[in-house]
Design a protein around this ligand. Structure first.
Ligand code: DP6
Length: 391
């Protein structure tokens, strides 16, 4: 009788938010970037994807993916590239050791779930593809390092290659035409600078107007400013950011983070026709951070924005009262997402301009309080039962 055993393995993977942004592809097929980038991995207790990869000869429908309970298309080039690369590595193991079960030829059933609501407005493709690649690598028992897996996850979504590590992570753009050196590595463990915190201000949970994939292509094709960004601005930011992280220099970390976000959004505005991801509420968050830093007399907070209006504000734990206290008292306790244990007892230490406060109060629908965290974690919590049914 044919082997109908269900093989399975599960992992979690984190979200990451870049402080030096990836924006631009030099090869859209291999997903090779025009510049290096650097991110902070966020804690999985607040934001993570859990994915089970399973395979079995009994899966008659071919490869499938269930995402937050909904069937999702696996025929896209990006998912196919990940499946193909992982299967090729498994097939090589099977060829070298004929006693291994022939998993590479079995259909895959992938089931994936986020622990944060879609209403959080955070793009989950980074955590999603990192979890998918890590889970299949676990299923196939590939002896691949996170950096080797980053080569595969990159082809699913560029930013996903950075979610294979915890802490502070660089994606080196590389120069080989085949992408073999366009790889992620860990700049520092989370424990190197564990005081790093992030406050996400959700200005809109709506799916972004212009997707990053198409937005960055338009920028590369039409922006004159972009050439300056990738040749001069980003290399300086990468160097300065690695130094700031090594020295745990928050003032330097913050300045580069804010300058890089500004530079990225400037190239979006310089795209023709222009792309606007930030809105009035985003700009109020920028002003709020400037006012907090000015009132504190030193840099205690840094803003950054991805391809949407939500603000991510980095700060250090010791400045929670100045940063979180100010936003908490402006937004009010009725906004969902505050962590009671952190906000109880925070005094309104600084005050913001009335116009800025009003825009934030009217425009922020949710907050997420989190911090730097670990990379993917293997788990025995499976989303596919032993008989192959999704649970
Ligand atoms: C603004 O990784 O979503 O968040 O490779 O086309 O899937 P694709 O793009 P994606 O782009 C992320 C862009 C960004 C900056 C960043 O995360 O570095």
């Amino acid at each position: 009788m044919a082997d109908t055993k269900v093989y399975r393995a599960s992992t979690t993977a984190p979200v990451n938010i870049a402080v030096v942004k990836y924006w631009g592809k030099r090869d859209a097929k291999l997903n090779l970037p025009t510049n290096s980038s650097l991110s902070v991995t966020l804690a999985q207790s607040d934001l993570r994807t859990l994915t089970t990869a399973s395979c079995s000869a009994s899966y008659t429908e071919g490869d499938s993916l269930l995402l937050n309970g909904e069937p999702s298309d696996v025929s896209g080039a990006r998912t196919q590239a990940c499946f193909r690369e992982l299967r090729a590595r498994r097939a090589a193991l099977e060829a070298a050791d004929p006693s291994l079960p022939k998993l590479s030829s079995l259909p895959l059933r992938i089931v994936s779930e986020n622990n944060f609501p879609t209403a959080a407005g955070l793009a989950s493709s980074a955590a999603g593809f990192a979890a998918l690649v890590r889970a299949i690598a676990n299923l196939y028992e590939l002896p691949a390092s996170p950096s080797e897996l980053s080569l595969i996850a990159r082809q699913g979504s560029g930013s996903a290659c950075r979610s294979l590590f915890g802490g502070y992570v660089a994606w080196r753009m590389g120069e080989n035409p085949d992408g073999s050196d366009s790889i992620a590595d860990q700049v520092a463990e989370a424990s190197h600078w564990p005081e790093m915190r992030a406050l996400v201000l959700v200005a809109s949970a709506a799916k972004k107007g212009v997707s990053s994939t198409s937005g960055m292509q338009q920028t590369v094709a039409t922006s004159g400013l972009f050439a300056e960004r990738i040749s001069r601005v980003v290399p300086q930011h990468m160097e300065g950011m690695e130094r700031a992280i090594r020295d745990r220099d928050f003032a330097a970390f913050a300045e580069i983070t804010m300058r890089d976000s500004n530079s990225f959004h400037a190239t979006c505005a310089d795209t023709y026709p222009p792309i606007f991801y930030m809105n009035d509420v985003s700009r109020a968050a920028v002003r709020a951070v400037e006012q907090i830093n000015a009132a504190a007399g030193r840099t205690v907070a840094a803003y950054t924005f991805d391809a949407g209006p939500n603000a991510v504000i980095y700060y250090l734990e010791q400045d929670t009262e100045l940063v979180v206290g100010t936003f908490y008292h402006v937004l009010g306790g009725e906004v969902p997402g505050w962590k009671q244990a952190i906000i109880s007892g925070l005094k309104p230490s600084l005050s913001l301009d009335e116009g800025v406060a009003a825009l934030l109060k009217g425009g922020i629908s949710r907050v997420i309080q989190t911090g730097v965290g670990e990379g993917p974690i293997r788990t025995e919590e499976h989303l596919v039962a032993e008989d192959g049914t999704p649970v």
